[in-house]
Design a protein around this ligand. Structure first.
Ligand SMILES: NC(=O)C1=CN([C@@H]2O[C@H](COP(=O)(O)OP(=O)(O)OC[C@H]3O[C@@H](n4cnc5c(N)ncnc54)[C@H](OP(=O)(O)O)[C@@H]3O)[C@@H](O)[C@H]2O)C=CC1
Ligand SMILES: O=C(O)[C@@H]1CCC=N1
Length: 281
């Protein structure tokens, strides 16, 4: 039985119905979540049409209705910006005159700072940044949120409630949000890359792709659940798999040679540098 507490949200406009917009929408459509209204816009009609008929959701495509974004934000108390970072500035310029004072604009765009967004909006608008991740689709997101300079406590609390519909929320100062993005925002991609690599190794050892998927996916799921349900840290859990002078020890020695910590430092540094480029526009 779903014992989730009822969550009430005001009228929401979601601008951009791509991977992230839809992932967030999945939380808003949960049975215990009651939004006063949900408007979703997208550029192409094809993608918007996939959502038409979703109960409680009004969809608009800018390709068909050029003023779709302005229509969607008119009367909305919470506006979620889920377009590509390069489009955020133009989108805000497009909607600025349709935003009522007191509206909360929450952007999930990587890199684009609250200062940049605030410079395009009146001071009566509360700008918040959020960095969710795609496990939102299954209610297992980790989302970082950061307040802008006009954000009241209640505004941030509402944004927290919004993202709690898709998982856990961590509040951080905006100076840490891009770093958070390199860990949990991009993180699912790192995990999927590891899964792809181990699956390939399994297939090379003669397992069918289906068998390989069962072995690898089950191992990632089982190890994750073991980790979150255990009091032990991952290093101890790893030691428990690694019998002295056994088979795992040999495999771990090979992986240690690759210096994974240094590799992840380089990878996350590269992601951080890209966030800074996106911030510059
Ligand atoms: N994907 C992820 O894991 C994460 C993404 N983000 C952020 O989310 C944002 C969206 O990323 P993602 O969902 O991956 O990208 P997508 O390209 O999948 O989604 C962007 C969507 O915006 C639509 N769009 C483009 N222009 C407009 C417009 N003017 N008005 C309304 N809709 C428009 C696009 O429509 P069409 O395709 O029809 O052109 C597309 O569906 C980015 O800023 C990204 O930084 C943040 C955290 C994680
Ligand atoms: O790749 C990106 O730019 C976005 C931000 C974090 C995850 N996806």
């Amino acid at each position: 039985m779903d014992d989730a507490q009822n969550v009430n949200l005001p009228t929401i406009a979601m601008l951009g119905a791509g991977s992230m917009g839809r992932a967030i929408l999945s939380g808003l459509l949960a049975p215990h979540v009651h939004a006063a209204g949900i408007r979703v816009t997208n550029r192409s009609e094809a993608r918007a049409a996939e959502l038409s008929g979703t109960p409680g959701v009004t969809t608009y495509a800018t390709e068909k209705k050029p003023d779709a974004n302005r229509l969607a934000v008119d009367g909305a108390q919470l506006v979620i910006v889920a377009v590509k970072p390069a489009m955020v500035r133009d989108l805000l310029a497009e909607i600025v005159d349709s935003l009522a004072p007191g509206t909360i604009v929450v952007s999930v765009a990587a890199g684009v700072t609250t200062a940049t967004m605030e410079s395009l909006l009146p001071d009566t608008i509360s700008v918040v940044r959020a960095m969710p991740n795609t496990p939102a689709v299954v209610g297992k997101a980790v989302t970082g949120i950061s307040a802008g300079s006009h954000t009241e406590e209640d505004d941030l609390a509402l944004v927290r409630t919004l993202f709690e519909t898709v998982g856990e929320v961590v509040e951080v100062p905006e100076s840490q949000l891009d770093a958070l993005s390199t860990i949990s925002g991009s993180g699912p991609a790192y995990v999927f890359l590891l899964i792809e690599a181990l699956t390939q190794a399994a297939v090379e050892k003669g397992f069918t792709p289906e068998q390989a998927a069962t072995l690898v996916n089950g191992t990632f799921l089982g190890a994750s659940e073991l980790l979150v349900s255990s009091d032990e840290d991952p290093a101890e859990l790893r030691r428990r798999v690694t019998s002295p002078n056994g088979t795992t020890e040999r495999a771990i020695a090979v992986l240690a040679d690759a210096d994974l910590p240094a590799l992840f430092t380089r990878a996350t540094d590269a992601a951080l540098a890209r966030a800074r480029e996106l911030a510059a526009g």
